[in-house]
Design a protein around this ligand. Structure first.
Ligand code: ADP
Ligand code: MG
Length: 431
């Protein structure tokens, strides 16, 4: 029986005996009903006030930011010896393993933690984080009497968690997406270094100036209100080392900058979120390989699509600092001046098939292990038009043909065969 039923009886002029019976049933009902305070009632009791005397601030950040909050709370719990309840008082706190920049870390994915006065702020606060398949929520619950300070505390708390206190800060990640938002998976860049990738000094000079310097100075520049971001476009036929160049730079920045490698879907549909995340985790390098695959079907020339895309990227970089994008494309015809006129996507590095000296250097790199005297100049002269990938393939084929007994004649034979002249598809992916 419910309160309503008891009232009904009264209104119908029930006898005193019936009324007593109804009251007794109601009392019994109330006694048996489990008392389950809501999350906010629970928070109020943690703060020592009634539910109508709390103020709740709520945000729905991206999963990486919510993970950062969950990580911060997990740390705080250990640091200050706090106890964590679940997202609702009847459930336990939940944790998950997060691929942090310097190893796996534990983070709360559903928890309510009381942060006493003097920990996060001068006033006592309850922080609640919930990450489920519907997306993350972060609540900051404070006493109504502290309303004036809560928004600022919440904002700076979230900012700290998302940026330098994020477990993802300065790590390398593939970025994918789920219903809940962006998702980061640790990315181990394949081994790569400048001495293995033979490119013009001018290319490395541009990389030093436009990537390393911008990221090195990110903090200083931002502090002086000169925050800056930049975009580099690598343009050239397949096999000229564009993908490899991105990998080399990622290696060089390991531990000093965050590296994000977005999947095609993220690049197409979550560009703003991606740039926001990159700015949070700055200094940050974004590698976007093979824009051709994004800005149109492979082989289909669609200059408008790519131009539009570069414009959007440019806008994305414009109001964010400490972010550098290295993007690559196989087809320079798709890039026109209009797409590059803007200030942030103006650096184009042409990655052409190497000249004779370049070919000589690349052959030397792939035959460095060979102790037979070889006339690499002759091979370089015989491979006009070959890309780095072609020369690598030529050496591999010769090694297999000759059973490891590589000679100049065998290399020249392969060069004449010209198997490397096969038309190629763009095949670069950061794998
Ligand atoms: N200049 C070069 N020096 C050494 N290796 C090269 C060079 N250019 C390409 N390669 C090699 O060829 C392969 C394909 O290169 P990749 O970076 O995928 O080319 P792209 O992305 O331009 O198609 C890689 O194994 C790479 O190391
Ligand atoms: Mg490539």
């Amino acid at each position: 029986m419910t309160d309503i039923d008891a009232l009904d009886l009264l209104e119908e002029g029930a006898t005193p005996a019936l009324r007593l019976l109804a009251d007794a049933i109601d009392r019994e009902f109330a006694r048996r009903k489990p008392v389950t305070p809501t999350a906010y009632e629970h928070a109020a009791s943690l703060l020592g006030v009634t539910t109508d005397a709390v103020e709740v601030l709520s945000e729905s950040p991206d999963p990486p930011a919510a993970h950062a909050v969950g990580r911060w709370l997990h740390d705080a719990q250990e640091r200050w010896g706090l106890t964590a309840a679940g997202a609702v008082p009847t459930a336990p706190a939940l944790t998950a393993t997060i691929p942090g920049a310097s190893g796996d870390v534990r983070a709360f994915t559903a928890a309510t933690v009381l942060l006493p006065a003097g920990t996060l702020a001068e006033v006592p606060l309850v922080v609640r984080v919930v990450l489920d398949r519907f997306g993350p929520d972060v609540d900051l619950i404070g006493r109504a009497q502290d309303t004036a300070v809560l928004p600022e505390v919440f904002e700076s708390f979230l900012r700290t968690c998302r940026t330098t206190a994020s477990p993802y800060w300065r790590g390398a990640y593939r970025v994918t997406s789920t219903n809940a938002g962006l998702q980061l998976q640790r990315w181990s860049a394949p081994k790569a270094s400048r001495d293995l990738l033979k490119l013009d000094d001018a290319v490395w000079h541009t990389i030093d100036r436009r990537v390393h310097r911008v990221l090195d100075l990110a903090d200083d520049l931002a502090a002086r209100g000169l925050g800056t971001s930049t975009g580099l476009l690598l343009v050239g036929p397949p096999g000229t080392g564009k993908t490899q160049l991105g990998t080399v730079v990622a290696h060089e920045l390991a531990g000093t900058a965050t590296v994000l490698v977005p999947g095609t879907y993220v690049t197409e549909h979550f560009l703003t979120e991606l740039f926001d995340l990159a700015a949070d985790l700055s200094p940050c390098l974004i590698l976007m390989d093979d824009l051709d695959l994004i800005a149109g079907e492979r082989g289909q020339t669609n200059p408008h699509r790519l131009r539009e895309f570069l414009n959007v990227m440019d806008g994305g970089l414009a109001d964010r600092s400490g972010v550098v994008v290295i993007a690559s494309t196989n087809d320079h015809r798709k890039i026109d001046k209009a797409a590059r006129r803007s200030s942030r996507f103006d650096t184009v590095i042409k990655m052409e098939a190497p000249n004779v000296e370049g070919r000589r250097a690349i052959l030397g790199r792939y035959l460095a292990w060979c102790d037979t005297a070889l006339d690499l100049d002759a091979v370089a002269r015989a491979t006009e038009g070959a890309t780095g990938a072609d020369l690598k393939e030529l050496v591999r084929a010769t090694v297999l043909e000759t059973d490891d007994a590589v000679t100049t004649a065998a290399l020249l034979h392969q060069a004449r065969e010209g198997g490397w002249r096969e038309p190629k598809q763009a095949a670069g992916q950061y794998l």
